[in-house]
Write a protein that binds this ligand. Sequence first.
Ligand SMILES: Nc1nc2c(ncn2[C@@H]2O[C@H](COP(=O)(O)OP(=O)(O)OP(=O)(O)O)[C@@H](O)[C@H]2O)c(=O)[nH]1
Ligand SMILES: [Mg+2]
Length: 576
Amino acid sequence: MRVIATAGHVDHGKSSLVRALTGTDPDRWEEERRRGLTIDLGFAHTTVADAVGAEDISFVDVPGHVRFLRNMLAGVGGVDACLFVVAASEGWKPQSEEHLRILELVGVRNGVVALTKIDVLDDAELVELAALELSDHLAGTFLAEAPVIPVAAPTGDGVDELAAELAALARRTPASADRQRPRLWVDRAFAARGSGTVVTGTLTDGGLQTDQAVLVEPGGRPARIRAIQCHGEQVGSIGPGHRVALNLAGIDRIGVERGHVVVTPGRWHSTARLDASLSVLPTLDHEVSRRGAYVAYIGSGEQVVRLRVLGAAALAPGATGLVRLHLPVAIPLLPGDRYVLRETGRDETVGGGEVLDVAPVRPASRARPDRDVDRVVDERGWVPVDELELLTGERRPATVGRWVAAPAAVEAVLASVRQRIDEAGPLGVELAALDERQRAVVDTLDDVVVEATRVRTATTDDPLLDHPVVAQLAAGGLSPAPPDGVRPAELRALAQRGVLVELDGLWFHADALASAARLAADVLAAHPEGLTVSMFREAAGITRKHALPLLAELDARGVTRRRGDVRIPGPRLPAR
Ligand SMILES: Nc1nc2c(ncn2[C@@H]2O[C@H](COP(=O)(O)OP(=O)(O)OP(=O)(O)O)[C@@H](O)[C@H]2O)c(=O)[nH]1
Ligand SMILES: [Mg+2]
């Protein structure tokens, strides 16, 4: 399935072609049919075929009249390709030019051209001439190499050839990718018969299914998908790249309108401030600065924006530069989304571009946005993996802990940790005294030793660490025999290194405390009412002699807390 928008000057025969190809009149409104004019978007679908095979296509039929340009802009947001229409009898007209520019600005890269009304000319040479003139206008644009099909809607001449070219177009146009982050720009919203709200739009970037929880932006309004229709048929689920109607439960029709967006929770970053590129149309007769009343067309929406040119005061016609846009509401966007900028005072299309940063951190005076994910990481220093995906659309493996971190930012934290460890000497630093980022970089240091709850500099030649008493106490677990064959000074030094612990005159390996803490957590999970000494003794298989000092130490370390005869979880109780 590919979604194809029509485009071209008013009255050049767009809707007639859609009707000839699909059997459906895209002009839905009585007023449109009476006036013979498309006012709002129309929709139709069909299967077209050529010698290679059949393809399903959906049309979004747009109005050509300049007064309804905003409807045209709402229609071309999520489409895959275009059917560009020029009447041979009329030639190139203002909205031929403007629609072509807009299609380029919104990123459409594939299309077929229909040279319509050849029956009016009724002269092969004149048609040939019209085709030549047309190719001059298309030169240098994305339609330069597109097939041009002469057609006459009333006689049906050329319609089969056009259908075949549309099949080939559908095949060479890449399908909307499934990125597991569905987004549907609403182009129509109405109340369903019975109950609920129905929205329609072109679904991109991911699939949806019935009963799924969704958000309607702006405002993050929760709703549930009650039913999905694709081309009038009820379906349980639908993939990206389709024209879709959603029946939404839990949200009032009032307040849902064209330009709103349906997304899934947690998969999109909504923003009211963004950095973007701006290519100014070469035909504009003035430069673009922050002065002006601007409207940005993004997706199916129309946003009044404030604009600031970055790194310059103004952009000249034909130039491409950087801008910061401020929107009145936050909408779910990603770098790579396209927009068209219009100036409402002069009622002209100014240009358009690509979203580069959906959450700029630098002030406008220093911002130099681009699509580079490394730039986002550098500017932020530390970015959680999930957040980076929301900001850039790209999922990268974590470089440290749960973060993608900039090398310079990691260096800074490394330096601070190293200094703390060095200053602490052989005793080392309590891990709990470090923050989450510092703990994450400790794991990347190869010349430190993490022992139980402490980290210290690795002393490469430290014969004491090989002392048999260490292994002897480790083997003793929670009830080790008293150390023998070791001098008190050696025991003290090992205690300083955090290898051994002395509690009430009893010696333990430092790991014994970690196991005691885990044991306490296990017993507490089974006995939330509290841990008694005898419970702990039985679980550990030890006597009071060892149990009492171990429990007292757990209290002291905040693993447990004493409340009368029992102990309850403390802030440092290990997670199970
Ligand atoms: N003779 C002739 N008339 C055509 C042809 N195509 C369309 N028409 C007529 O031209 C008029 C406009 O056609 P539409 O299909 O409504 O044109 P449109 O491009 O959709 O117009 P808008 O949507 O308002 O921009 C209608 O009266 C059509 O019957 C054609 O190939 N030959
Ligand atoms: Mg029309």
